[in-house]
Design a protein around this ligand. Structure first.
Ligand code: ADP
Ligand code: MG
Length: 455
């Protein structure tokens, strides 16, 4: 049976066994991206990390049983993230897509070391340094040579797609290489950290968790802004932080904004962060953007005319992920489809690639994305309907308006069908409290935020 046929069959099977919303949310955009017959391992791709973790923890058994019914030689499943929202189960076979790059590079996530969560594709060698990130890079370099002694914690902040994750991961990799593995490093996203804490609290395993983090020499936490406002997580983080800090272990943190601008962050954590080194990453200038593109082309041994690269660099200014997205699409058209890119086509590609960033998210975006996520009519979000299935989406929308946009409660009530400000306060408090206790709600919020930020 063809690989994609297998996957279609598996999905058909699972669709019958789980609820429709769950199927649509978690599995609709999954695909089979590889099959290693010799080892009996299939590789299943999900569009993002949350979906990957979720599917792995919830549906692994179901998928494995179903797939083994079709091919008894399959023993295990690896889950990987594929960066494509456009490729669905209808694709007959795995073709290179602009977002995914070549099939080889789509499997690059497989190389993430499960012990450190570091992906070797990120290195300082392929990190372009310019005035926008030189302070942050210099601080990271100083840390590599003086772990725990020089800048502790190092707090790096900057907008979406400006290279925070790249720098954090590269620093981790560099430390592993420099100390030949004798220093233990752990990279973790704050989503993952929150999930760990929630899981440990529920299963009364906080001691195990403390032990796990205590044994680390360098702890790297990405996107810490998501921790703010989650009391139990902040408390655990504070303990972990202090234990590491007091033992001169290195802590590196990233955030999309400075500590002072994370409104819900506990004061004691904020002052801890401010006690170290804070470095920002701002927008790279044209030269730097062009250098990023040229390095990418060079590393992949791809030839794209300078004039095209220059146009991309001059037009895509605010997000390096979008810059790469445009580059990948151009490569896709030119290399795989043999289609020459002219200015008109390039503008089209750029138009598709440039997404909303947190800077211009509106209350309307939140309502739309929440409604899409829960597959409820947008109109129901703002009318007087008290249908059960609309209550949670509406409350989540209110919570996000507060959390992301910092809107006032009366304003939030107004946006969601002229409701009273006390309704908005109640919704925000309820969701924020419940999210610390209920991992499923927490996951939903993270996923919606991810869609919102278009990370
Ligand atoms: P952030 O974590 O700040 O949202 P990322 O680190 O994920 O951003 O960067 C987005 C993409 O842009 C990544 O693929 C990264 O490799 C690339 N990138 C960002 N900054 C640079 C840089 N200075 N040099 C090379 N690549 C970069
Ligand atoms: Mg990041």
């Amino acid at each position: 049976m063809e690989e994609q046929e297998i996957w279609k069959n598996v999905l058909g099977d699972i669709e019958l066994q789980i609820s429709k919303p769950n199927f649509l949310t978690w599995l609709k955009n999954s695909q089979l991206v590889g099959l290693n017959k010799k080892e009996g391992v299939v590789m299943v791709g999900l569009p993002n990390n949350f979906a990957k973790e979720w599917v792995k923890s919830r549906y692994h058994k179901l998928i494995l049983t179903s797939i083994r019914n079709l091919d008894g030689s399959i023993k295990n499943i690896d889950y990987v993230v594929i960066n494509s929202s456009h490729v669905g189960i209808d694709d007959k076979k795995i073709t290179p897509t602009p977002e995914r790059g070549t099939p080889q590079s789509s499997l690059i996530d497989v190389k993430v070391d499960p012990k450190t969560n570091l992906n070797p594709k990120y290195s300082l060698k392929n990190y372009i340094v310019g005035s926008s990130n030189e302070l942050a890079t210099a601080a990271a370099q100083a840390i590599i040579k003086n772990i725990g002694k020089k800048y502790n914690p190092l707090f790096i902040y900057g907008g979406v797609g400006l290279g925070k994750t790249h720098l954090l991961q590269a620093t981790g990799n560099e430390i592993i290489n420099h100390y030949k593995g004798s220093v233990s490093v752990l990279y973790i996203s704050s989503e993952k950290f929150i999930n760990d804490v929630v899981w440990a609290l529920r299963n009364k395993r906080t001691d195990d968790m403390k032990k796990k983090y205590r044994d680390i020499d360098v702890l790297i936490i990405d996107d810490i802004q998501f921790i703010g406002g989650k009391a139990a997580t902040e408390q655990e983080f504070f303990y972990t932080f202090n234990t590491l800090y007091e033992n001169n272990k290195q802590i590196i943190i990233s955030s999309d904004r400075p500590p002072t601008a994370i409104p819900t962050l506990e004061e004691r954590l904020r002052s801890r962060f401010e006690g170290g080194m804070i470095a920002d990453i701002t927008y790279p200038d044209y030269e730097m953007r062009l250098a990023i593109l040229k390095t990418k082309a060079q590393n992949q041994s791809i030839f794209i005319e300078d004039s095209i690269l220059e146009q991309i660099a001059s037009k895509v200014q605010r997000n390096m992920r979008e810059l790469e997205g445009v580059f990948n699409k151009v490569v896709f058209y030119e290399q795989y489809k043999n289609q020459k890119i002219d200015s008109k086509k390039l503008d089209e590609i750029i138009g598709e690639a440039i997404q909303i960033t947190p800077k211009n998210i509106t209350a309307g975006d939140i309502i739309r994305i929440v409604a899409e996520f829960f597959e409820v009519p947008m109109a129901d979000m703002t009318n007087k309907s008290r249908k059960q299935e609309i209550v949670e989406p509406r409350q989540i929308a209110m919570f996000l308006m507060r959390d992301v946009l910092k809107l006032s409660f009366p304003h939030i009530g107004e946006k969601l069908g002229k409701r009273d400000h006390t309704t908005a306060i109640h919704a925000c408090e309820k969701i924020s409290q419940e999210a610390t206790r209920n991992p499923s709600l927490n996951q939903k919020i993270m996923l919606i935020k991810e869609r919102l930020y278009k990370v």
